[in-house]
Design a binder for this molecule. Structure first.
Ligand code: ADP
Length: 542
């Protein structure tokens, strides 16, 4: 017997329709590439998205066509999120921080036919567009007056396109399982691979993402996603904004501490989200200028492990609650978020901070398990480590263009991360399987050593990599960027580890560098560090 409730597909268009009807006057604020602050509303975003959708259909875009964007976080990008997916085409957000050849590779892999781009990326577009035979229509996201000079002929102005469309357009009723957006893994581990989300997976991810133990979003929030809209859909925040009617604030290209802080304060931001490297810049600025956050109450930190020193600073000194979250492109990305349980009430401040430093527990929808090297499931004792596998309705089943191969193991997605899980289901990511340092048959967590180094007052950034060792197989080498005017030297840095980890887990050597290369999503590029320092001669003390 079937239930007798309405069959309404879960569609991305329903999000913006809802936001328009119930939160139509809520503001969407953007710092534009033009330099000014722009204000619009959910009502206007909906109207312009419908106009744009109408134009796309009129100009021949078919369901399933891939349409690329190279754009910062801003209102036009938001309009595209709804317009493209809303007509059943695929919103392909491309990371502009990649090399032009990599972008061409991705655009060709996806067979993108249209490209919308912020004018800042004109030189980038000039550098790769000729390599993409399928790319037929280019649109600069500005008005005709500001159209930049381009090597490519026939570039259209976004505002002209919008003016061409009709707001009478209504969203088609699609099958909720059709593809909505495409995002390539950032390639810190091999060639980028396309992850193709559906309307259904996106809506379910959004519903759970706004729930109290994840982002806990409501119409009273003002959300500033620092995490880019070209990186796993800004962790789903544009959709979550529309679902709750929260005010959205987009920082555009200016992600330095001073610019972000200014927007936080002028717009009354209550919640933000980003990778630890961004918060490093923001905290540095706030600390140096002796500033306070007058409205920000929560920040989501993920993408790589949140160093405990950063967590403690936000929570203890600035009264900002950190939501430490884990996920990946393949998990839409929310896999877990750290929210405490009633049983944790009454714990000491230190114990609470230690718990918050974990990557948290999966919300409803995501299931996890860990496997040992022999493929056997490991216990949830908070100590035993294994490779993390996940499954759920917003977890990848197959990569785009590689539909004939299944990456799954018995129906579970192997994440490539190494972790332990405690009896309450809290994950502690200790490494990526390829970053873990294998010393004398034991594993040393590179993240743990980096966290200890980052807690040193003289350290601005630290990465730990494995260096081959004749006796122990691999030993840890610490790569450190000092803070300006810092005095710490090799000996003092090594001494800092004494008593904080087992003797055999202490780094063997330290190299000081000017900068650690960051990947396209702001994470430390360990592949590049391994290339440079992989043969670093270690002192013969161990
Ligand atoms: P890529 O795999 O190309 O770096 P993703 O952005 O999908 O692209 O990265 C996902 C990976 O980032 C995870 O598999 C994990 O290794 C790491 N990661 C994400 N969040 C955390 C976190 N809170 N703590 C530790 N590692 C994290």
């Amino acid at each position: 017997m079937f239930g007798l409730m309405m069959q309404q597909p879960l569609l991305i268009s329903s999000l913006i329709r809802y936001a328009d009807r119930f939160h139509g006057d809520t503001e969407i604020v953007s710092r534009r590439v033009e330099g000014d602050i722009h204000r619009t509303t959910y009502h206007e975003v909906h109207e312009r998205a419908r106009r744009l959708a109408h134009v796309l259909v009129a100009r021949g875009v078919k369901p399933g066509d891939r349409i690329a964007t190279l754009a910062w976080n801003g209102y036009r990008h938001l309009e595209l999120y709804f317009a493209i997916s809303g007509i059943g085409a695929v919103m392909h957000t491309v990371n502009p921080r990649l090399h032009p050849n990599q972008i061409a590779w991705i655009a060709n892999d996806a067979s993108d036919t249209w490209l919308f781009y912020d004018t800042t990326f004109q030189p980038l577009v000039d550098g790769f567009a000729a390599q993409c035979a399928n790319l037929k229509t280019l649109v600069a996201m500005t008005d005709a007056a500001r159209l930049p000079a381009s090597k490519v002929e026939g570039v259209l102005a976004y505002e002209d396109l919008i003016a061409e469309g009709s707001a009478e357009f209504d969203w088609p009723e699609l099958d909720e399982n059709v593809a909505s957006s495409l995002c390539y893994t950032s390639g810190t581990t091999g060639n980028p691979k396309g992850v193709l989300y559906s309307h259904r997976s996106t809506l379910l991810h959004t519903m759970v993402g706004v729930s109290p133990d994840v982002l806990g979003l409501s119409a009273s929030d003002v959300v500033l996603p620092v995490v880019p809209m070209f990186h796993v859909n800004a962790w789903g925040i544009p959709y979550m904004g529309a679902m709750t009617g929260a005010k959205l604030v987009f920082p555009g290209p200016n992600l330095d501490g001073a610019s972000l802080y200014e927007l936080f304060e002028t717009e009354g931001v209550t919640l933000s989200a980003g990778v630890p490297t961004v918060w490093q810049g923001l905290l540095g600025h706030v600390q140096k200028q002796g500033l306070r956050f007058s409205s920000m109450r929560r920040t989501v930190i993920g993408g790589s492990a949140c160093p405990p020193a950063m967590l403690a600073k936000f929570e203890n000194e600035y009264d900002v609650r950190v939501i430490h979250a884990w996920g990946m492109t393949e998990t839409s990305p929310i896999g877990s978020a750290c929210a405490l349980k009633p049983k944790h009430r009454g714990l000491s401040k230190e114990a609470v901070l230690a718990l918050k430093g974990l990557q948290g527990r999966p919300p409803f929808g995501v299931d996890i398990k860990i496997l040992g090297p022999d493929g056997q499931e490991q216990p949830w004792d908070g100590k035993t480590e294994g490779e993390l596998l996940a499954r759920g309705p917003w977890v990848l089943a197959r990569y785009f263009g590689r539909e004939d191969q299944s990456p799954l193991v018995d129906g579970w997605f192997p994440t490539g991360d190494v972790c332990s899980i405690d009896p309450d289901g809290f994950i502690h990511i200790t490494d990526r399987s390829k970053d873990v340092i294998k010393s004398g048959g034991e594993w040393i967590s590179s993240i743990e050593l980096e966290n200890i180094a980052m807690a040193h007052p003289d350290v601005a950034m630290a990465a730990c990599i494995a260096v081959p060792h004749p006796k122990w197989d691999e030993r840890p080498l610490l790569v450190v960027v000092k803070r300006p005017e810092a005095t710490v030297d090799r000996e003092a840095m090594l001494a800092w580890f004494q008593g904080k980890v087992a003797k055999w887990q202490e780094p063997d050597d330290v190299v000081f560098v000017e900068a650690i290369p960051l990947g396209a999503t702001g994470k430390m590029l360990k592949t590049s560090l391994r290339e440079t320092y992989g043969k670093h001669p270690l002192p013969e003390t161990k």
